[in-house]
Write a protein that binds this ligand. Structure first.
Ligand code: BGC
Length: 736
């Protein structure tokens, strides 16, 4: 009995111990030694239908639900793409007025593209990712890679210019930099969101060729090379169906052809239909304005297309749970990659290091467009009295613009930057010259200041100055560089042409610095000796600009889009309204593949400033280019070597650009297309051999008849230069 009793006790203890072990065992979905796929499958198996549906739509303005019962965290998102936006209210667009959310503003993506330096993208992505991580965001809503189709698009400043190759090369390191922090980049807006006018309804029709050759490559690079963990659908329609639940874009191309394994998030309010959203590849619905939302009740978000209506359709068998499982799996995967990756770093916020990154990118992206008689950089001691004119000399450019609006720790204005660098050496006076009014989303509020008086005062003061530094361009107001509307024309707004003409008439020593993310017309260009394109540069704006003006930085930026002389010189705007902005919300991209310099070059239209153009304070010589062979197969990589020499007295950087043209083709091909570039830094007198690799497969065109890429054998001309219109070397090669 005694013995049996002991056995019984032993059995009891062992069973109890096993129960404790089972209770303490880490479930598979929490076990980081398991693969993400195993963890996702396990979590999914533990979830109810309701829990899965809950994950597929917003729970607040910028978050979606996790699985509270299982300890799986919510997903928090933030704009993007130039800085981590201030905290927003749970249920309205108002700011939440936190005091710990003043970020570093990085330069707008047009500036990043203008660096032509993927290393700048890498440091930019890493720094903004660290800021997002510190602020506990799982998803950063950026970068944006919609192609610059028309200078009127209010959001061009958020994108990377007119060339698919440049945008593809620049977007990848940004994504990798963000994601190394355990924060998902969300590439936007997929796809063809190339204007703000009627962005919710406009229905884009275009050829497959234009789609594949021009508008998709940067997204494809983001997905395949950058391995982006999320992507944002666009507001507009393509071929009759909204992009946020577009079968062709999401199911066939993104998730099918490109094997995207991340999450498709709508643009805010981009969902319009439960069935399409369920079946065509959308994963998370955000920002839908429903009756429920406006009542501000707890259950507002249950009214979303992918909330109660979806649940109902799943329960009554109208929609299949396979699609739901796919959505939930993708969202879980993103959560495991971000908040549930316990090894991700902790991030950092508004640090001096981030300010330094912001400044470096800004300095590399500023483009010197004109510099007659080397008026720049300013020669020390030459000027005693400098007049700074123009609202943009002091205006905060991180404010406004729509969703990219930022609350910043600091933003140095050009006036502050100049004062800091010139110190007490010179007398600096500032006058506004023109005024634009405050920035307000969706409406223009004109300035109450008198334009004539502002101009008259500025011209009067300019008469007595040794030098006039003008700061103008566009700003982030509605109908300028701003979300939710396009520009009305390509001219400089707020009476600036009149002002510039007046200033130059009384003082020829004038440097114009334009801030904008778009091309503007310049009727005064022949009169003005120097011109800088300074984009929107973020926190360190004024320091970067001043550094270029005084020559501490030698400019090396190149235009990522063409500046046409006039609007109708631009491809999209050369046709009727059906091409831009559309008629009855229908639009046909009539310039087809001839976007940007492809149009100007092929149609022989002289631009004001061409794609890829930018001057330096030194001069470079591009020597004889040599390819490693003269005949290549379709799978070869052409290696082109070209010596570049700094012929001047100052160290500087040059961007060697390689364009190809197909000498004979069965279809129209652009006059030339960028297929390689490299930025090289050279001290005075130095020569470096620059080697650029060009995979021949990238010279193919998209065949409408074969519905695929085609590379026709024959001769191609490889052209090397330092802008799309300054080709100094040509080599003909044969593709067999
Ligand atoms: C914009 C997106 C942005 C979102 C959230 C939308 O209006 O188009 O780019 O990320 O709002 O602010």
């Amino acid at each position: 009995m005694k013995f049996l009793g002991r056995i019984a006790l032993f059995v009891f203890i062992s069973v109890a111990a096993n129960i404790t072990v089972a209770q303490n065992a880490v479930p598979v979905y929490l076990d980081e030694s398991k693969s993400i796929e195993e963890r996702v499958a396990n979590a999914l198996s533990l979830m109810t239908l309701e829990e899965k549906v809950d994950m597929c739509h917003a729970q607040s303005k910028f978050s979606s639900a996790g699985v509270p019962r299982l300890g799986i965290p919510e997903v928090w998102m933030s704009d993007g793409p130039h800085g981590v936006r201030a905290e927003i209210d749970w249920d309205s667009w108002g700011y939440a007025d936190w005091t710990n959310d003043s970020c570093t503003a990085f330069p707008a993506l047009t500036c990043l593209a203008a660096t032509f330096n993927p290393e700048m993208s890498a440091i930019y992505g890493k720094a903004i990712g660290e800021e997002a991580r510190y602020r506990k965001k799982e998803v950063l809503l950026g970068p944006g890679v919609n192609i610059y189709r028309t200078p009127l698009n209010g959001r061009n400043f958020e994108y990377m210019g007119e060339d698919p190759f440049l945008a593809s090369k620049m977007v990848v390191p940004y994504i990798q930099g963000v994601q190394q922090n355990g924060v998902a980049a969300c590439v936007k807006h997929f796809a063809l969101n190339n204007q703000e006018m009627w962005r919710d309804q406009v229905d884009v029709e275009l050829s497959d060729r234009a789609l594949y050759e021009i508008y998709l490559p940067a997204f494809k690079a983001a997905v395949i090379d950058g391995q982006a963990w999320s992507i944002m659908g666009a507001y507009n329609k393509i071929r009759g169906q909204h992009c946020c639940h577009n079968e062709l874009l999401l199911q066939k191309i993104l998730k099918g052809d490109w094997k995207f394994d991340g999450v498709v998030i709508t643009d805010w309010g981009g969902t319009h239909d439960t069935k399409e959203a369920a079946m065509n590849g959308l994963d998370i619905e955000m920002g839908t304005g429903t009756d429920g939302l406006t009542t501000n009740t707890k259950s507002a978000y249950d009214f979303y297309y992918l909330a109660d209506p979806y649940l109902k359709a799943l329960k009554n068998g109208e929609l299949s749970s396979t699609d739901l499982d796919d959505k939930a799996s993708r969202i879980l995967k993103m959560i495991f990659r971000t908040s549930m990756n316990t090894k991700r770093p902790f991030g950092s916020f508004a640090s001096p290091e981030h300010a330094a990154v912001s400044r470096k990118v800004a300095e590399e992206g500023i483009v010197l467009l004109k510099n007659k008689n080397n008026i720049l950089p300013l020669k020390a001691g030459s000027y005693k009295k400098i007049l700074v004119v123009g609202e943009n000399g002091t205006r905060k450019m991180t404010l406004g613009g729509g969703s990219s609006d930022l609350k910043v720790k600091q933003e140095v204005s050009p006036l502050q930057g100049l004062k800091a660098v010139l110190g007490n050496e010179v007398e600096i006076e500032y006058t506004m010259g023109y005024a634009s009014g405050p920035s307000a989303y969706g409406q223009e509020i004109p300035s109450w200041l008198n334009a004539d008086s502002l101009r008259t005062v500025a011209i009067e003061k300019a008469k007595g100055a040794d030098l006039v530094l003008y700061f103008g361009g566009l700003n982030k107001n509605h109908a300028q560089d701003c979300e939710g509307g396009d520009r009305k024309n390509m001219n400089l707004p707020f009476g600036q042409d009149l002002l510039i003409n007046g200033l130059i008439a009384v003082n020829k020593n004038m440097v114009v610095t334009l801030m904008s993310g778009n091309a503007v017309t310049m009727p005064w260009i022949n009169e003005v000796p120097a011109l800088l394109q300074a984009w929107y540069l973020g926190s360190e704006s004024g320091n970067a600009i001043a550094s270029v003006i005084v020559g501490n930085t030698n400019p090396s930026g190149k235009l990522p889009f063409t500046f046409p002389v006039k609007l109708t010189d631009n491809g999209a705007n050369a046709f009727d309204e059906l091409s831009y902005p559309g008629v009855n919300f229908k639009q046909v991209y009539k310039e087809d593949i001839l976007v940007g310099y492809r149009w100007y070059d092929t149609k022989k239209i002289e631009p004001l400033f061409p794609f890829g153009f930018g001057l330096s304070y030194t001069t470079f010589e591009i020597g004889k280019a040599n390819t490693d062979k003269s005949k290549y197969t379709k799978t070869d990589v052409v290696k082109i070597t070209v010596p570049v020499t700094n012929k001047g007295l100052k160290a500087g950087s040059e961007v060697v650009q390689v364009y190809i043209s197909d000498n004979e083709a069965s279809v129209t091909r652009p006059e030339k297309e960028l297929k390689g570039f490299a930025k090289v830094q050279l001290s005075a007198g130095e020569t470096k051999q620059v080697v650029i690799e060009l995979p021949v497969s990238e010279w193919a065109f998209y065949s409408e008849t074969k519905k695929g890429w085609e590379l026709e054998p024959g001769k191609f001309t490889v052209q090397v230069g330092n802008s799309s219109r300054a080709i100094s070397q040509k080599v003909t090669v044969t593709v067999e």
